[in-house]
Design a protein around this ligand. Structure first.
Ligand code: SAH
Length: 349
């Protein structure tokens, strides 16, 4: 049985016997601040006659317990949340006029990227669509009117393409009206490059896609992302190129590129990257490596980052350097699960 907040309008319509009641339920849910811990016994706009049996049949509101809330100096908030004894992390990143909620799709991760702290957890379990949307709902309930939570990125713990049915449902629910009705382009699913899932996502979803490329040759990429042996760079970029052609360039593709000092940050890498992205309407996000102990990987110098950046820009590639947000609370990319002192890992049940 599916539960709120992951029911679609049509499922709610079936359960409550009318579309108007489905809409009232969603409007009510997204107007609650603070969030209720359970579904109420009565709901304004929905007759008692249908609401009571709905709740009695076992309909629930899935919400996490907040284990910890850490606020960074730059305004980023990292939540340690618990669903049924499983801990996950969610981050709210405020920016001018909006906030982005970074949600987890798995507890731990099915992938083994050497530079990412989440891999130390191994794979714990898949998160349900309820648990993904609940992360958004919770983080959104504490946003501010001048920085509303209008954007979602699936860039927390986990590989979304290894849990795609649930991720697709979460995307559908996040973008449905009357609430929260996020724009498809404001919801971004990020993948390490799991080709079968990537292709299915591109064919079936209108949301934005981010590909964590992180290298320009298969040899270097395989060192840090072992799955490259199964799905080489060319196969991933060809999938984006074909999708762009099919859709008449209607979608932007975010290319995430973590810069590791001395490994993938040379001028030759920058030039190869430009060539690789030919024919793909892409936006490159350069992420200087957020260090984590024991990887042997280096953070590049600021000068290297600037040179790499300007080389891409001069070649006409739209490129941003992502300054680390919330690094001191280990909320930045690849730091989810590191404890505050950076030496150990937060408890996971
Ligand atoms: N599995 C998905 C989503 C989670 S990772 C994916 O790989 O895209 C989200 C982003 O953080 C990815 O782009 C990843 O390359 C980046 N990342 C992981 N570890 C990092 C680190 N230590 N420093 C900087 N970025 C990192």
């Amino acid at each position: 049985m599916r539960h709120l907040p992951a029911l679609t309008v049509s499922e709610l319509t079936d359960a409550l016997g009318s579309r108007a009641r489905a809409m009232e339920t969603l409007k009510w849910l997204y107007a609650q601040r603070p969030l209720p811990s359970i579904l109420p016994s009565e709901l304004p706009g929905v007759s008692h006659r249908v609401w009571t049996p709905f709740v009695e049949r076992g309909a629930k509101l899935v919400l996490p317990k907040i284990l910890e809330r850490q606020l960074s100096e730059d305004g980023t908030t990292k939540y340690a949340l618990e669903f049924n004894g499983t801990s996950v992390e969610t981050v709210r990143i405020p920016a001018k006029g909006r906030s982005t909620i970074c949600i987890s799709s798995q507890a731990g991760c099915t992938r083994k990227c050497t530079f990412c702290a989440t891999k130390e957890l191994g794979f714990i379990r898949q998160l349900s669509a309820e648990e993904m949307v609940a992360q958004y709902l919770l983080a959104r309930s504490e946003d501010t009117p001048d920085q509303p939570a209008t954007n979602v990125v699936f860039m927390g713990m986990g590989e979304p393409m290894d849990n795609l049915d649930e991720v697709m449902r979460a995307v559908e629910v996040l973008t449905q009206g009357p609430a929260p009705q996020l724009r498809n382009m404001s919801v971004t699913v990020s993948t390490s490059g799991v080709l079968p899932g990537l292709k299915r996502f591109l064919a079936e979803s209108k949301a934005s896609l981010a590909l964590s490329l992180n290298a320009t040759t298969d040899e270097v990429r395989a060192q840090v992302m072992p799955q490259t042996k199964t799905w080489p760079i060319k196969s991933l970029l060809d999938a984006l190129r074909e999708d762009a052609q099919r859709r008449g360039n209607k979608r932007d593709y975010f290319i995430e590129y973590v810069l590791f000092g001395g490994l993938n940050d040379t001028d030759a890498d920058a030039d190869r990257l430009v060539a690789l992205l030919e024919g793909i309407p892409s936006r490159v996000n350069l992420i200087p490596y957020n260090p984590f102990p024991g990887t042997g990987l280096q953070t590049p110098t600021d000068e290297r980052v600037a040179t790499f950046h300007s080389r891409l820009v001069r070649s006409g590639v739209i490129t941003l350097v992502r300054s680390p947000r919330g690094r001191e609370i280990a909320a930045a990319c690849g730091q989810l699960v590191l404890s505050r002192d950076g030496a150990g890992f937060s408890p996971v049940s």
